[in-house]
Design a protein around this ligand. Structure first.
Ligand SMILES: *Cc1c(COP(=O)(O)O)cnc(C)c1O
Length: 401
């Protein structure tokens, strides 16, 4: 089985698992227990992990709030800013291609009186900074733009947006889940004030994430969404997931040490995969290829239905299709539709995301299996036959029955 779905989740690196193991049985302490060595050992482990995570993004350890993952971090950031800065304004700017954890949180706030602007993206998946700047109002309190898109790997013009936010005195939040640990992500340099990320997308365990919250220039505060024992500087109460946090720290250390070589190797493999698959007729790569994560490609195979195509090889290769995101339903990906792809192209897309453990042999095998699948599907397809006969498919009037 070949795993090319690393944007959904990555395997946990065995070195991460090894670092976590003592914290399940031998070192069971609660990091908030101040009265005995079990607690001290756990607290020390969490402090060390906080330094490892902070170092990866060039932050101060005090700027790291541990959470249960990026979904929680997104909720804490957006709802927390809205509640904390509500008297300054109620307007939030975000983008149509954000992750659901951001979009659904904004929808939730809209029902409570927030005004939300959902910016469009170009055909290449990027936001136009000028359009963003023009959307800023006196009541704007937050701009929320993801660092890299989960479906296409497209990178947003973060530096330009950071400068705009600084000029207008607006807080800048980024869901950087897909970027952290894989490319250099330094929020302070970019002017990002609040940032979400998660361990399980960077070879750490599931169920642990972080929110970066700037402590100086500006000093940002978010209203807690989880009240209780006052953990994490009272921004996120709840007993810390010590083994998970230790694993997150180790994953961050490994990412810092190995990111460059991983990115170099994976971009070569990705380019090889992309070159071979787009050598098939009637294929397109979705999203900007110059501003993109090194390990991802999103390809549409025209006149082939992505879900069906996936069925031809999903016993051997795991990928994700442009219709799969809301799983049971076969709605085309809202990310691709927002980029201006028609339903047909969105429906015929596959997202292939490589990872640290992907090998050259696996990529060669995936090329063979996916290529065979595309050819097989097209042989069966009356639409492909019409296309080959030169029928202009856009002129065909399809009967409703
Ligand atoms: C995976 C992902 C999330 C959700 O992260 P969890 O830790 O699983 O909650 C949020 N945003 C983006 C961009 C993601 O890729």
């Amino acid at each position: 089985m070949i795993y090319l779905d690393n944007n959904s989740t990555t395997p946990c690196d065995p070195r991460v698992v090894e670092a976590m193991l003592p914290y399940f049985y031998e070192k069971p302490g609660n990091a908030a227990s101040r009265s005995h060595p079990f607690g001290w050992v756990a607290e020390e482990a969490v402090d060390y992990a906080r330094e490892q995570v902070a170092r990866l993004i060039q932050a101060d350890p005090k700027e790291i709030i541990f959470t249960s993952g990026a979904t929680e971090s997104d909720n804490l950031a957006i709802k927390g800013v809205y509640e904390m800065y509500r008297r300054k304004g109620n307007h939030i700017i975000t983008v149509k291609t954000e992750h659901k954890a951001v979009l659904d949180t904004c929808d939730h706030l809209e029902k409570q009186g927030a005004e939300i602007t959902y910016l469009p993206v170009g055909y290449d998946g990027r936001v136009d900074p000028e359009v963003l700047e023009a959307a800023i109002r006196p009541t704007t309190i937050l701009v929320a733009v993801m660092w890299a898109n989960n479906e296409t790997g497209v990178l947003q013009p973060m530096k330009e947006i950071g400068e705009i936010c600084a000029r207008h005195g607006v807080l800048f939040f980024s869901d950087a889940t897909q970027a952290v640990g894989k490319i250099p992500v330094h929020p302070r340099d970019i002017g990002v004030h609040i940032m979400s990320f998660t361990a399980h997308k960077m070879y750490g365990p599931k169920g642990v994430g972080a929110l970066y919250v700037s402590r100086k220039n500006p000093r940002v505060k978010v209203t807690a969404q989880m009240d209780g024992g006052g953990h994490e500087r009272s921004m996120r109460s709840g007993t810390l997931n010590v083994p998970g946090i230790v694993g997150f720290g180790k994953a961050a250390e490994l990412a810092l040490a190995e990111m460059d070589q991983d990115a170099e190797r994976l971009s070569q493999l990705r380019d090889h995969l992309e070159r071979e698959l787009t050598a098939l007729e009637e294929t397109v790569v979705n999203g900007n290829r110059d501003y993109r994560m090194p390990h991802v490609t999103n390809i549409s195979f025209k006149h082939v239905e992505g879900e069906g195509l996936m069925m031809t090889f999903n016993q051997n290769v795991a990928v994700s299709s442009g219709s799969a995101c809301t799983s049971a339903s076969l709605e085309p990906s809202y990310v691709l539709v927002s980029m201006g792809l028609g339903d047909d192209l969105a429906h015929s897309s596959l997202r292939l995301s490589l990872g640290r453990f992907t090998t050259r042999e696996e990529i060669d095998e995936a090329i063979r299996l996916i290529g065979n699948g595309v050819n097989h599907m097209r042989e069966l397809s009356p639409i492909w036959e019409m296309y080959k006969e030169g029928v202009d498919l856009s002129s065909v009037e399809w009967s409703e029955h």
